[in-house]
Design a binder for this molecule. Structure first.
Ligand code: SF4
Ligand code: ZN
Length: 266
């Protein structure tokens, strides 16, 4: 995943996983003088939640002497997540949860943030749990393209797309949490007010129950996906990668998902 001279944009939310990753990469950097790290935090604009996370992320960056770059939904897309939720509820568009908007917009914001700091890779703290949940979510949604494309090291090619790596993809979430506790890392432990709406929560609950009863289930999901992916990629790659006609960013169709959502909100 890593080359000696990488400039990594580390996606830091302020939670335990992303801060454990930031601390581990900072430690690694001591032995790799040519590696550059910049923390990138997305401010979605969630009242009573994101400000605390931003402060905690900033504190950790200061302590580790890592530059901290913040990108906000409001600056990039014209609305905070709270405003988007408010607008969609008023208009009666109830089919998408706050997390569905947040996920699409945040992926784009992180990519733009990484470009702004001139990073060549984005490192995210997705754990084994996140990866197993994502596999199941994509199956439950019937999204085979995403199922093929979501992998520990992305290979999508577009001049504006920064490569994504997931160094924690084989680390169970409770081990990443344990690291944060053992190292006395300060992190935000209040959950996002929208979290209960997420499909991911149901997947988490289901996988945790299965894991408790049948140890190794999460690894099995990850391994099964690794074996299935080559076959799926053949189909997915035919769909290609384009440039959005509205924002000029990488897109799977003429109009990217973000612009499609923003049009609907407007
Ligand atoms: Fe965004 Fe949902 Fe995560 Fe909250 S729980 S930060 S709304 S994806
Ligand atoms: Zn677009």
């Amino acid at each position: 995943m890593l080359n000696f001279n990488d400039h990594l944009a580390v996606a830091v939310s302020g939670g335990k996983d992303s801060l454990s990753l930031l601390h581990i990469l900072a430690k690694m950097k001591q032995y790799r003088s040519k590696t550059t790290l910049t923390a990138v935090t997305v401010d979605e604009g969630i009242a009573g939640y994101r400000n605390e996370a931003l402060e905690i992320a900033a504190e950790n960056c200061l302590k580790l002497e890592i530059p901290h770059h913040i990108v906000s939904f409001k600056d990039l897309f014209g609305y905070t997540l709270d405003e988007i939720v408010q607008k969609t509820r008023v208009k009666g568009h109830m089919e998408l949860t706050a997390c569905a908007y947040c996920g699409v917009l945040r992926r784009k914001a992180i990519n733009i943030g990484a470009r702004q700091v001139h990073a060549n890779k984005v490192a995210t703290a997705h754990t084994l749990d996140d990866e197993a949940q994502t596999v199941l979510m994509n199956i439950f949604r019937g999204d085979i393209t995403r199922l093929a494309k979501e992998k520990p090291v992305t290979s999508e090619v577009h001049p504006l797309l920064v490569q994504k790596i997931k160094p924690f993809c084989q680390i169970p979430e409770n081990e990443s949490a344990l690291y944060a506790y053992v190292k006395k890392i300060s992190f935000q432990d209040t959950p996002c007010p929208y979290a209960s709406e997420a499909l991911r929560n149901d997947m988490r609950w289901m996988l945790n129950r299965l894991e408790a009863k049948h140890a190794g289930t999460k690894f099995t999901v990850l391994r099964a996906m690794e074996r299935l992916r080559p076959a799926l990629e053949e189909t997915a790659s035919k769909e290609g990668f384009m440039t959005c006609v509205e924002c000029g960013e990488p897109s799977a169709a003429d109009l990217c998902k973000t612009c499609e959502m923003l049009r609907q909100i407007r």
